[in-house]
Write a protein that binds this ligand. Structure first.
Ligand code: SF4
Length: 551
């Protein structure tokens, strides 16, 4: 079906959404104005030539709170500003003169040399901070604008970059962390990830999208890149006539209006993934809604059009050919986090290690690189569960490596509670946060390990607990068994304190669906360990054979 004819009334409505393809080019909000006034990629030259020399106070506010994001730079939260006051403060009052810097790690693929360089940069320029994000990136904090050009130089010398790590553009391309070594792999998506990054990241044609644009590519039967909640996803599937390729999904995303991605019913061979990716991205660029920021993600266009029309526009206007119809990929029902020791296709092993909620440090990254190299490995991976994986470990080196990783706080046989907890950045550094998350996740894990040691052998799949500092759901509130959305709540003494709205029973893959936001179900931060303990004990006592928390 082709798009219906555009009647004057319809055109008026659609123009109201600010869609470029319908002729509407005049910016309808400040973000669109900023992008039109100057290509955000141009800010790099100003950082290198002006701001790094003249200091924080010389930075143009439009660059500081807008275009800097295209290079992975956000001002971090001024220390000591508490969540309760956020609503009455202007954004600039929350700005610290230090930055968070996000290093993009496409496909989660790092050499040990790259990992060591990130760690050393952290030690020298970022007060030894480092967080593994749930999108396979690594974030540093306390970065000064004066040091940014040197940091870029060091990153780029080893093939890393911060380009388009944030902003209204194609963010990091998620990839299966075990691509190319997984014994069960359907297809290795690595060549497509590398080609997309090479051709399109930092390219002017996609530097001004309506909003952020998230990609996931995995040929693993584990769906280990959360394809259900990305803007565009390619998921491994075998076509009965054509063989291995990808099932194409579009329009997933969480935040305040969550949607699961929908299948377009098309099978895409590996070699065509970059072209199809560019086609979908161009549909988003041209037809995406630009009037209201909260409706600008691709998921709103997909929800309005439906899969059939989206595919028709993609084929007719952008690819100029039909896609091949294909079968649906089968959702998995096991863990997707790669924690522990697993055999690779070549007979070596990969070892997945768990820091709590992704919190590591520059020193830990350097130590992981050294530990990996000591056992002959040159490859590490990041995962969307905030974990690290060391690849290519000979069997004879497994015990020593695991011991060394455990010694630096990365457990390869973690308790289910440690394994199940994730957290976003939270109030420590994020200006949008209402509550603390990382430190709370660490104390929650420690509490649960102490309190629930007697029942942990009964847990066959970790119960996921995702802590988010605000409604933006960066740590995937709605698809956790226990999703926690940070907000100020009233405690028993009538005081306003940090706490969480609870979403229960969300999941992905075979359990794909959003957790129920039970009316009035809120916990204070202080009550959180009691609450999770109660829920876990009740579930374990009452579940039927094989029942998962999300069911
Ligand atoms: Fe910041 Fe909110 Fe995202 Fe957490 S969920 S990182 S607090 S924007």
């Amino acid at each position: 079906m082709v798009p219906p004819p555009v009647t004057p009334k319809r055109a008026q409505q659609r123009r109201g959404e600010g869609q470029w393809a319908l002729g509407y080019r005049e910016p309808l909000n400040a973000n669109e104005r900023s992008k039109k006034d100057d290509n955000p990629l141009n800010v790099r030259a100003r950082i290198e030539n002006i701001y790094a020399h003249r200091g924080f106070d010389s930075i143009d506010p439009g660059d500081l709170r807008g275009r800097f994001r295209w290079y992975g730079l956000y001002t971090q939260r001024r220390p000591g500003i508490d969540g309760g006051r956020t609503a009455v403060l202007e954004p600039e009052e929350l700005d610290d003169s230090y930055f968070m810097l996000r290093v993009r790690v496409d496909g989660g693929r790092l050499t040990t040399e790259q990992l060591r360089v990130i760690g050393e940069i952290s030690q020298t320029y970022a007060r030894n901070t480092a967080d593994l994000t749930d999108r396979q990136n690594i974030q540093l904090h306390w970065v000064r604008i004066e040091d940014v050009p040197t940091i870029w130089e060091k990153l780029e010398a080893v093939g890393l970059s911060t380009t388009e790590a944030c902003g209204d553009c194609p963010r990091v391309v998620l990839g299966s962390p075990v691509a190319g070594i997984d014994v069960d792999e359907i297809v290795d998506g690595t060549p497509a990830i590398e080609e997309i990054a090479r051709r399109y990241i930092g390219a002017p044609e996609f530097a001004n999208l309506p909003r952020k644009y998230k990609t996931a590519i995995s040929g693993s039967p584990n769906w280990d890149v959360e394809p259900e909640i990305n803007d565009i996803s390619f998921v491994g599937v075998v076509h009965p006539e054509h063989g291995p390729g990808f099932d194409l999904f579009v329009g997933g995303g969480l935040s305040t209006n969550p949607k699961l991605a929908v299948r377009l019913g098309a099978w895409v061979p590996l070699a065509e993934v970059p072209e199809v990716w560019a086609g979908v991205t161009a549909v988003f660029r041209d037809y995406g809604y630009r009037r209201l920021r909260h409706r600008a993600r691709l998921k709103f266009l997909v929800a309005d059009w439906g899969a059939e029309r989206f595919r028709e526009v993609l084929e007719t206007e952008y690819l100029h050919r039909k896609l091949v119809d294909g079968p649906a990929a089968t959702p998995p029902d096991g863990p997707r986090d790669h924690v522990g020791v697993h055999r690779q296709a070549d007979g070596n092993y990969f070892v997945g290690a768990k820091p709590i909620a992704g919190r590591v440090s520059g020193s830990i990254l350097v130590d992981v690189a050294k530990a990996a190299e000591r056992v002959g490995s040159r490859r590490v991976r990041t995962t969307v569960q905030q974990n690290l994986i060391v690849l290519d470990v000979p069997e004879s080196e497994l015990a020593g490596l695991r011991e060394e990783l455990a010694g630096i706080g990365l457990q390869t046989d973690p308790s289910p509670w440690r394994r199940g907890v994730m957290a976003c950045t939270g109030i420590e550094f994020c200006k949008l946060a209402i509550v603390e998350t990382k430190a709370r996740a660490i104390s929650l894990v420690n509490e649960l390990e102490r309190r629930l040691a007697d029942v942990q052998d009964q847990v066959d799949q970790p119960i996921s607990v995702n802590l988010n500092g605000c409604p933006n759901a960066c740590a995937r509130t709605q698809v956790a068994d226990i999703g926690l959305k940070g907000q100020i709540v009233t405690n028993d003494a009538g005081e306003q304190v940090e706490g969480f709205q609870v979403h229960l029973g969300g999941g992905l893959a075979v359990d794909a669906g959003f957790g129920r936001k039970l009316r009035g179900l809120k916990v204070t931060a202080a009550e959180l360990p009691d609450y999770v303990e109660r829920l876990a004990r009740r579930f374990l006592a009452q579940r039927t054979e094989g029942e998962r928390f999300a069911q």
